[in-house]
Design a protein around this ligand. Structure first.
Ligand code: PHE
Ligand code: NA
Length: 436
């Protein structure tokens, strides 16, 4: 059977945006921003997205489109030798991330169901914490993890065109519209002014004092949110048939993902300040406390909450399918396995790996810290070195496709990829690994 391709160009862009936009923007970005000092973190993160994330997404695109192969096979084909084993890191990373990602997505889905069946009625911190306890650990968490993984498996099993492409065409525009509505609503809340000040005016002292934790956190968040460092963008670009300008597509994807994360800040921080919660305390669960309390007190709160949790669940779904697709495309390219059994096998194994997370949040910190602090940064570092030093000609020729004039940016890109980005990533990896 011929290898699949995207039906349309916009289908590719939407799928990549769908992968990028997810819990990284909505759940992870606000609590990282809260823990690392607000606007100071936002500033460093934005810098990394532009100076590292954008060049790094192009690194993955050139590999994928050149080879039309999965993340493991493409490195083997272009690099040969020991490079054939590097792709295994991506497989491991995919298993690690999706196992806990699905559990957290299940919480959002569970809150959606709470809103639909009971409405949001919890007004005190203690009650909110109790509700979060029920949702996040034990049977509820397990059941919703199972439901979420079943949805992911179902979509990926249907294949590139019918499953992924059609799903994201509906999801992505819906996400953007709903978030704009919620952010507009946030402007009317008490405490909105304090929230914007916290979010938007950086304290440079924080950057200087906390750089050893801020740097790896911002680098990790930049890769996590852009789905970089584990072969997602290699895999998605491998389904591209034609030669068009990759940089334009990368620009659209990076811009939309960043805009959505920034927009989420405009939703979450006003709600958190209105609920009187300390933003430094918004760890993995407190975002749920603040938001459910806010939804309980606001006019039309239950409706708003249902919309919010519904949007997040959909966004998480379009990211989760991209992670499973990395594993499935590897299995079907490199082994005599069909899509359905590959999807069921990999998806089932991921479900099992996620089970401990449904029992104790300790495992969430462990897996998330490993993925974000070590695996993604390491994966991105390897890819950047690979394209910059091993196959720079392939990189430049792929980047030049679809561009008629001679483009000085290509040289700047190669220079960035070869040295400055490598240095920053080595430092971030060392700090992140020490921290872990
Ligand atoms: N980018 C996704 C998000 O922000 C998460 C993700 C990470 C997806 C790595 C694929 C690979 O939620
Ligand atoms: Na993201």
């Amino acid at each position: 059977m011929a290898r699949e391709t995207w039906a349309t160009r916009i289908g590719f862009i939407l799928a990549a945006v769908g992968s990028a936009v997810g819990l990284g923007n909505i759940w992870r970005f606000p609590f990282q921003t809260g823990q690392e000092g607000g606007a100071a973190f936002l500033l460093v993160y934005l810098l990394f997205v532009v100076a590292i994330g954008f060049p790094a997404i192009l690194v993955e695109f050139v590999i994928g489109r050149r080879t039309n192969l999965n993340a493991v096979g493409s490195l083997r084909e272009l690099g040969g030798g020991a490079w054939r084993y590097v792709g295994w890191l991506f497989v491991v990373t995919g298993f690690v991330i999706l196992s806990y990602y699905s559990v957290v997505a299940g919480w959002f889905a569970r809150y959606l169901v709470v809103g639909v069946t009971d409405g949001f009625t919890v007004t005190t911190e203690a009650e909110a914490a109790e509700l979060f306890g029920i949702v996040s650990t034990g049977l509820d968490s397990l059941v919703f993890h199972a439901i979420f993984m079943a949805l992911v498996i179902g979509i990926v099993a249907m294949g590139v065109r019918r499953g992924i492409e059609l799903a994201v065409k509906v999801m992505v525009p819906a996400i953007i519209l709903f978030l704009i509505g919620l952010a507009a609503y946030g402007t009317t809340l008490d405490g909105a002014g304090a929230a914007y000040a916290y979010y938007l005016s950086p304290d440079f002292g924080v950057v200087v004092d906390n750089w050893t934790s801020l740097l790896p956190a911002a680098a990790g968040q930049a890769f996590f949110t852009l789905s970089l460092g584990m072969g997602v963008m290699i895999t998605y670009a491998s389904y591209l048939g034609e030669d068009r300008n990759l940089a334009t597509d990368a620009g659209v994807i990076v811009f939309l993902d960043t805009a959505i994360a920034v927009l989420v800040g405009f939703v979450v921080f006003p709600f958190i300040f209105a609920a009187g919660t300390d933003p430094g305390q918004i760890a993995v669960g407190a975002i749920f406390f603040s938001l459910t309390q806010a939804f309980a007190t606001l006019p039309f709160g239950t409706l708003l909450g249902i919309v919010f949790f519904g949007v997040v669940t959909i966004a998480a779904l379009s990211s989760a399918i991209s992670i499973l697709e990395v594993l499935v495309s590897y299995l079907i390219d490199e082994h005599p396995i069909d899509r359905l059994p590959a999807t069921l096998g990999a998806g089932g194994a991921i479900f099992l790996l996620g089970v401990p997370v449904t029992l104790d949040l300790v495992f969430l910190d462990l897996l998330d810290g490993l993925a974000d602090g070590v695996l993604l940064v390491l994966g991105a570092l390897i890819l950047v070195v690979f394209v910059g030093w091993v196959i720079p000609d392939v990189g430049l020729s792929e980047l030049g496709q679809g561009i008629t004039s001679v483009d000085p940016w290509d040289d700047i890109w190669l220079w960035m990829v070869r040295l400055p980005i490598v240095i920053v990533l080595v430092v971030a990896l060392a700090l992140g690994a020490l921290d872990y």
